[in-house]
Design a binder for this molecule. Structure first.
Ligand code: NAD
Length: 225
């Protein structure tokens, strides 16, 4: 999920490159259809299949439909990558219920629904499976202008642990990974949002500050992930 751009797109494309059958899913149906189309010929050459689905990860019935549709085309579900995520920086004292509910909804609830619905399918298949969730550096440290985002990414870590404990008996593994700063469209928007709320003075400043201690001396790219 979140496969129309950024990390989700890059992971999907890397899987195509390895010959996997991949369903690119995103709330942005038009864009994800384009990405799937771009990968079609490469997949065909490598013996894999590509499809796409428009899905809002917070909508359980839409997630169920996406998985059902994917299984009807590919035959089964081996891996579910819960990656869709959002952020909308606000100064800590200004955070609203709407801001909290929006971010916790997509990043927290969306992750849980994705895990549950994938697990139902994998258990029915009886073949085990692998669930991977995108956490963040923000699931290890609370930052002042993105409090709901950090809370939601701490939630991704605990959901990963809870899911791993519950699903191991079905031979389903659940893992998370926590990227630092990755140059994607999300960061362009976050950079702008931080300027809008007075937390940064110029474009690029926030990204520079967040990445100043990266030992490689540069931010990550989606391809790195
Ligand atoms: P991005 O904004 O470039 O891409 C996110 C994608 O998710 C978009 O295509 C968007 O349409 C989709 N999406 C948003 N809401 C959705 C919903 N309700 N249902 C389905 N799809 C939805 O972001 P990215 O940087 O590629 O981030 C991907 C994941 O990695 C997110 O979970 C993000 O929190 C996490 N992450 C990003 C960074 C970073 O520095 N970019 C760092 C750590 C973690």
């Amino acid at each position: 999920t979140g496969a129309a751009q950024g990390i989700g797109r890059a992971i999907g494309e890397a899987l195509v490159q390895e010959g996997a059958d991949v369903c690119f899913a995103d709330i942005n149906g038009a864009k994800v259809a384009e990405i799937a189309e771009l990968n079609q010929s490469k997949a065909n050459a490598l013996g894999g299949k590509v499809m796409h689905a428009q899905v809002d990860v917070t909508d359980r019935s839409a997630v169920k439909d996406m998985i059902g549709h994917t299984v009807s085309v590919f035959g089964k579900l081996d891996v579910k990558f819960n990656n869709a995520g959002v952020n909308k920086p606000m100064n800590f004292l200004d955070v609203t219920e709407n801001n909290w509910n929006f971010i916790m909804g997509v990043n927290g609830l969306g992750c849980m629904i994705g895990m549950q619905e994938a697990a139902h399918q994998m258990i029915a298949q009886g073949t085990g499976g692998k669930i991977v969730n995108t956490a963040s550096i923000a699931s290890r440290q609370g930052f002042d202008n993105v409090a709901p985002y950090c809370a939601s990414k701490f939630a991704v870590v605990s959901l990963t642990q809870s899911g791993a404990r519950d699903l191991a008996k079905h031979n389903i593994t659940v893992n998370g990974f926590a990227p630092g700063v990755v140059a994607t469209e999300m960061w362009e928007q976050v950079d702008q949002d931080l300027m809008d709320i007075g937390a940064a003075d110029r474009p690029g400043q926030a990204m520079e500050e967040f990445s100043s201690e990266i030992l490689r001396g540069r931010v990550a790219t989606p391809a790195d992930i």
